[in-house]
Ligand binder design. Sequence first.
Ligand code: F6R
Length: 616
Amino acid sequence: MCGIVAYTGFRVAAPLLVEGLKRLEYRGYDSAGLAIASREGFSIYKQAGKVSALARTIEGIAPIGHTGIAHTRWATHGAPTDANAHPHISYDGEIVLVHNGIIENYAALRSHLSEKGITFSSETDTEVLTHWIAWTRQQYPNSSWEEIIRRAFAPIEGTFGVALLVRSHPDLIVLVRRFSPLLIGIGEGELIAASDATAIIPYTRRVIHLEENEAALLYGGRSEPKLFSLGEKQRTPQVEYIDWDLASIERGGYPHYMLKEIFEQPTALRDCMRGRIRQEPLEVRLGGISNVMDRILSAQRLTLVGCGTSWHAALVGEYLIEQLARVPVEVEYASEFRYRDPVIGPSDVVVGISQSGETADTLAALRLAKHKDALVLGITNVVGSSIPRETHAGIYIHAGPEIGVASTKAFTAQLTALTLFALHLGASRYAINRHLHDTLIETLLRLPELIQETLQKLNEPVQTLAEKFMHASNALYLGRGYNFPVALEGALKLKEISYIHAEGYPAAEMKHGPIALIDAGMPVIVIALRDSLYEKVLGNIQEVRARGGQVIAIATEGDTHIQHYAEEVLYVPDVPEPLSPILTVLPLQLLAYHAAVMRGCDVDQPRNLAKSVTVE
Ligand code: F6R
């Protein structure tokens, strides 16, 4: 949510910053801007619209400075206009600043500054912060920047990742973090900071994560930042190594990241399982939670929290853990959990599921649970992100960078990690029989290959289907049991990237309301596998057909009977029910993708959305 890049070193900053913004654009794309510092002062360019528009604006005129900051915005306070775009400059021209997050007490600060005669040229909380820091500096003219930053941020409420430049020190960048992530890439004689690693790894894989309430001074020509805390706590920073390579953050010949990531699912699953399955006897090993296994085993229940697609993964997790480990599971939207004073205590285990590891509501829910002495775990993709740093233990899904705003490979990797967790828990509790345990592990190991075959087989037929589908203005997705959450996920994928309104429902619930929507123009996608609920789902399909609905079935390979019930059938391989969501979601991802492309939508950057939601 909003992307920041900052650079100081020997390279020309402007092209590097634009390149970095392009890599971060999936975090927000309402407006973009950059500032370059030099002895002559600041050069600032900013405008509404995408990074490519900014790049065109500065072509041929960008200054040759070596220190600069840049920002791509997802609007919170103020519409996406040129005036509201970052960077903002302070009233005395001393500071230029970019910001992720929300300054909650900006109105109070604004009126305080107005009383001092300071005027504002935008509606943003960020401009208020910029003036506030400049004003604080004027009150303490002989103070170091360390002191000024401590004083200026002491009364600030809210969340921020901030990068700022100072006119009187044109080779200095100041970074400040509370909640919104910032990493510093450590190069040889250069430092590059960003909201996430994708903007850094073309230059270095050695990074320092800024911690909560921490700030850093980056001086030009140095290879080490100077870190300091906004409070009392000081620490010796650790340089960490990011093992993503450049290819993993490029499109690699695919027209969109989303399609690339759909086709990366076999690799994502292999990486998720690597080193976690032992042979003879077959068993799951999860090193990331081994230290807390005793506490997990003594828990009376597990609570899974997440948002969006990760919440859908949590719903499948509930079915998996309850069936395979026989432990009661609650699933909650992180945003609801955190505000309803949940009854949670030391005997609880709360698991946050999040691709980015930065989603504000999920992180806050986990902090709340930790505060109430629960054991908190994270199932995350981004190594070193806030959730794994703040939880007691966890499981990385190792799906590799996910850049398309619509989550695809992270979802199937989350399901894989949850299956491993459920199997491990089930085996440790002696709750699962050996035959089912071994069958599931053996099938899990075959899944990458089955996904590959399914994607290859279905891509073209789904594309043909999307040609009809693209004209729909509504769609209904139905599933039962393990595949009810997949219906929700299919509907979410469709609406977020193609803007076709879609609802996901448990198939049997349809007759309690949504059935009223069905007419001849309504495509109804039904996940109708040959599983324990097959006959029931066929009954639900009949109810749809009786009202003229157009049924598209996702069915088990070899099931010809289903053809009597559906206009279109898309087949997926036959696997045990608990693993079926990993396959049934594939045609739904492809359908959303192709329908969106045919409707001319920007698949990787759908309107109003951003990849990593770091505001509540
Ligand atoms: C949908 C999607 C979002 C995310 C949600 C949580 O395709 O990507 O719904 O799933 O914003 O994000 P994470 O998993 O990063 O916590």
